[in-house]
Design a protein around this ligand. Structure first.
Ligand SMILES: CSC[C@@H](O)[C@@H](O)C(=O)COP(=O)(O)O
Ligand SMILES: [Zn+2]
Length: 207
């Protein structure tokens, strides 16, 4: 019999992250999903269709790294396969966040295959960038309701990159970001969203 209880710290981190993302307006309606790695083959993730600003402990469940729910009575996030893809590819990833901000949604529609962020002080929130004098090419993927197919496309894009930034955009949909733990993932998402807001503002004055 598997232990389906979520450790208090992981559940608390997910609930708090949902509230914070909601305060910023990044998870409208039931948008967004949030996860924490629990162990080598365990992930705690939000259940599908819950408002991420009003989650309670029952809104979080466990899946394995193949995105299979450990509790057959509960439905994990529709995008569980993308979270598990992150944990499979990056052993150092401990938390992953997905939101639907206006900036991520609009900019991903305007961009091609990548969105370039350059010259921002906040680029230092990304790993290995000690200066603003840097350029990050954020992958932009076409949206797809077929999550295994979308994850396969994400992996194809990663395979082509010498340095993989800890995030990507899905066109007309939103953003994924990950980091070693939840505080770091939230900080990274905040920095990322700040730069996306700046890019959107720039496009208004320099169309
Ligand atoms: C409100 S529709 C958004 C969903 O289709 C999806 O993109 C999303 O982010 C939330 O899905 P969920 O299954 O609740 O994790
Ligand atoms: Zn989504």
């Amino acid at each position: 019999m598997q232990d389906l209880s979520i450790p208090e710290a992981a559940s608390h981190a997910i609930l708090e992250a949902g509230r914070r993302m909601d305060r910023f307006g990044w998870v409208p309606a039931t948008a967004g999903n949030i996860s924490v790695r629990l162990g080598p083959d365990r992930v705690a993730i939000t259940r599908s269709g819950r408002h991420k600003g009003f989650l309670d402990a029952a809104g979080v469940m466990q899946v394995d790294l193949a995105a299979r729910p450990l509790d057959s009575n509960a439905r994990p996030s529709a995008e569980t396969g993308l979270h598990c893809g992150i944990y499979r590819r990056f052993p150092e990833a401990g938390a992953a966040l997905h939101g639907h901000s206006v900036a991520a949604t609009v900019l991903s529609r305007l961009a091609g295959d990548t969105l370039t962020l350059a010259g921002y002080e906040l680029l230092k929130a990304f790993p290995g960038l000690p200066t603003h004098d840097a350029t990050v090419a954020v992958p932009v993927l076409d949206n797809d309701q077929d999550i295994p197919r979308l994850q396969a496309e994400v992996e194809r894009r990663w395979a082509d990159m010498a340095v993989i930034p800890p995030g990507y955009l899905i066109r007309g949909h939103g953003v994924y970001v990950w980091a070693a733990d939840m505080p770091a993932a939230l900080a990274r998402l905040e920095a990322f969203e700040f730069m996306l807001d700046c890019e959107l503002a720039l496009r208004r004055v320099r169309p």
